[in-house]
Each structure stands twice: as C-alpha cells, then as structure tokens.
Design a protein around this ligand. Structure first.
Ligand code: ADP
Length: 399
C-alpha cells in the first residue's frame, strides 16, 4: 500500500511517496515559491536522477497536480496511476483540543483546522490548502490529518494549565499544547525500542533540537510534559525564537521604542534566540564557527542554549521521578556531538557518561553513553514523514 505524505507551508509543499509494505521512500520532493514568481518542483525518485520543473504554480492545487503528474511520469515517476495512492497523510500543526490522535479528514475536521488559524497563522492555513488541493486533485482518496499538537494532548491539566484566570482557558482554550509532537512521539518509541527497554514503563526524555527546539518527557506514549506552549514560541532558546521570557519585556520594549505588540512578537519569533544573542546567524554551524573563533556573543548564545536544555532535562526528571533514556534528535540533536556532550556535562550527577567515539559518529540511531552509564543517552534521527505515513496507514486500514 502506498501512502503520500504532505507537509505544506504557505509557499511550499514537501512530499514523500512511501511504500508501506517495506516503508521504502519511492520518491520525494519539494514545490517552492507557490504563488510567487519563479516557482519550481524538485523531485527525486529512488534510483533516478533528480528532476527539476520550473513552471508557474499559482496555488497549492496546481502544485499537487504537478506532483501527481510527476509521480506517474513514464520517465521520472514511480507509479503507473494515481489510483495506486491509497491515502494522503497531512502534517497539520494545530488541532486545538479536539484531536489527540490522527484523524480522517471530514468537514468537521477542516472546521477545527480553520478554527485554529489564529493559533497557528503561518501553518494551519497552508495545511488546509494542502488538504483541499488533494480533495480536488484526487477525489475519493482518503486524507488523514496528523497533528503536531496531538502528543501534548495527553498532558495532565496541572502540566498544561497557565496560571492566569481560568476563564481564558475555558473561553479561548489558552493552555500549553506543545509542538513537534509527531517527532517526539516517533523518537521516544524508536529510542526505547533501539535501547531494548520496555516501552510501557520506560521514562523517556526527547530533545528535539533543530531550528525550532523543544524537550518532552513521556512514559508509554503519554506526554508528561513538553516545553512549547500555546504556540511554539515558549520553551527553550531556538534559532530565531526567544523561547520563554518574562512577558513584561514585551510591554517594556513597546514603551521604550513606541512600538506595538505585533512588532515585538515578530522580534521574538524572527530576530531572537541564537540569532538575537549572537548577532551572527540562526544556523548553529555558523554560530559555533564564530564561537570557535572567540566571538563572545556566539559563545554566550551556545552556552545559554545548552544550559536551558539541561535545565529542562533536570525538571523533567523530577516530573517523572527518574529517567531511563535521553534521546537527541533533529538537525542539531542528530548531528552535533559538541552540543550533546555539553548538555550531558550538566548531567554527571545522574551517573551519565558519554562514549566520545560513539558521540562523534554521524547518521544512524546509536547509543552515545558508555555501557556503565546510569542512564542511556542516544542520538535518534527523527522521521516525521514515516511517522505520518504509519499513522495514516493505521487509520485507513482500520476503517
Ligand atoms: P527545522 O526542521 O526546525 O528547520 P532542522 O531540524 O533541519 O530544523 O535543524 C536545523 C539546524 O540544525 C540548523 O541550525 C543547522 O545548523 C543544524 N545542523 C544541521 N546539520 C548540522 C551539523 N552537521 N552540525 C551541527 N548543526 C547542524
């Protein structure tokens, strides 16, 4: 059975066609600059040269049609007919409080996605466009929404509630939702399986460290806590996002600079984090290069980032009354042994020791702690597309 996985941004559409019989990626690609001059498709099919099509893509429906035509193209395609696609799994960022697992798209589901536009203004409208484009291009093929917020729905109320008047939760759903949920749930499962622990009882901390960064604590797939909040702005320091700050800072900058809240929010989302502290870049490789050259602000940026991750880990160990495995994932977490080591240097009190050779390796999932380490530490590549495909398959085959 073949599943198409879509991850739509406001002007982009990423896709993978996965054969679920062996979980092999048959083809993947990206449509860029949808609705903007210079749009193009870059398509890569297993065993074939990359294929690039430069053509106007006025909207997501045009992009989906081009993807379909490319997938069945005799030279560059991988299937004979669109009928071979059993279902489409869509990454949807915000599902509010309505969905704690993947769900088949219906008019009600689309309404919920639309109702969450205000909470996820950059992603949810694009996610819905992707769904509606598939409905138009592939009538009758089921669409499944896999929510980034679903994982965080299992948090207890004491963990997700903000200490503001309860009315705001009841009236507007203001609570912590958590994001990167598809990754946290996938990596926690993979890490436990790989380490040979019992999934039902293992206490797992996942550090998803990419451009966006978040930490989660979970047991048996139940999210005990996770660092992001109502939006992905809360929590650890990120590439361009500030993470948690004293909210008074917003008012203070508004008064000092005669700006409005929207302006300051934009600064907190796009000009802060590693970029804001270092002044160098939002990309960890650039900031680390500057740190190695003795740039003070780059050094502070990296050190603050590491320090805050370590503090989240410490607090989540308390929340779970222990930890069996800590897994690092995403761009930085998977690739950057220096950051992993620096975080673990804070955790010596737990009896954690890192195997420097395993930590320096790249690529596959691996245990990076020594055999006598009291807690297992692992680097586990995330695979959100496969996670979406698995959930989509489970849903369409159980109908
Ligand atoms: P997102 O999906 O949130 O955009 P990624 O998970 O792709 O982000 O992570 C992007 C970050 O990972 C960038 O800051 C980049 O510098 C960092 N990164 C990617 N590869 C490496 C590497 N080999 N070493 C260190 N950092 C890396």
């Amino acid at each position: 059975m073949k599943i198409l996985v879509l991850n739509c941004g406001s002007s982009s559409l990423k896709y993978q066609l996965i054969d679920m019989d062996n979980e092999e990626v048959l083809a993947k690609g990206l449509c860029e600059r949808i609705g903007i001059d210079g749009s193009k498709l870059t398509h890569k099919a297993e065993g074939k040269d990359p294929y690039v099509v430069e053509t106007p893509l006025p909207d997501h429906e045009a992009a989906i049609k081009l993807v379909m035509n490319t997938l069945v193209d005799p030279e560059h395609g991988v299937i004979e007919s669109v009928d071979e696609i059993a279902a489409v799994g869509h990454r949807v960022v915000h599902g509010g409080q309505a969905y704690s697992s993947a769900t088949l798209v219906t008019p009600t589901v689309k309404k919920v996605i639309r109702d969450c536009f205000e909470l996820s203004p950059l992603h949810n409208p694009a996610n819905l466009m992707g769904i509606e484009a598939c409905e138009a291009a592939m009538p009758g093929v089921p669409n499944v929404a896999v929510f980034d917020t679903a994982f965080g729905q299992s948090m207890d109320e004491k963990a997700f509630i903000y200490a503001i008047p309860y009315d705001y939760y009841e009236k507007y759903g203001i609570r912590r939702y958590g994001f990167h949920g598809i990754s946290h749930s996938y990596v926690s499962k993979e890490a436990v399986r790989f380490a040979g622990l019992d999934y039902k009882t293992a206490k797992v901390i996942v550090c998803h460290l990419g451009n966006g960064a978040s930490v989660s604590a979970s047991i048996n797939g139940k999210c005990i806590d996770t660092s992001m909040g109502l939006t992905p702005l809360q929590g650890s320091i990120m590439g361009t996002r500030s993470g948690s700050i004293d909210p008074t800072i917003i008012q203070y900058i508004c008064h000092k600079e005669g700006r409005n809240v929207d302006y300051v929010m934009d600064i907190l989302n796009k000009q802060s984090g590693i970029l804001g502290i270092s002044g160098v870049s939002s990309d960890f490789r650039d900031v680390q290069a500057a740190q190695h050259e003795g740039n003070h602000r780059a050094d502070v940026a990296i050190q603050s980032f590491v320090y805050r991750i370590a503090k989240y880990i410490g607090s989540y160990i308390t929340a779970m009354n222990g930890v069996d495995i800590i897994a690092f994932t995403a761009g930085v977490g998977e690739n950057d042994g220096e950051i992993r080591k620096a975080v673990c240097d804070y955790l010596g009190y737990l009896g954690i020791t890192i195997d420097d050779e395993a930590n320096a390796m790249r690529g596959k999932e691996r245990i990076i702690s020594t055999p006598d380490s009291k807690v297992i530490v692992a680097a586990v590549p995330t695979n959100e597309e496969l996670a979406i495909a698995r959930q989509t398959l489970a849903l369409v085959t159980s109908r």
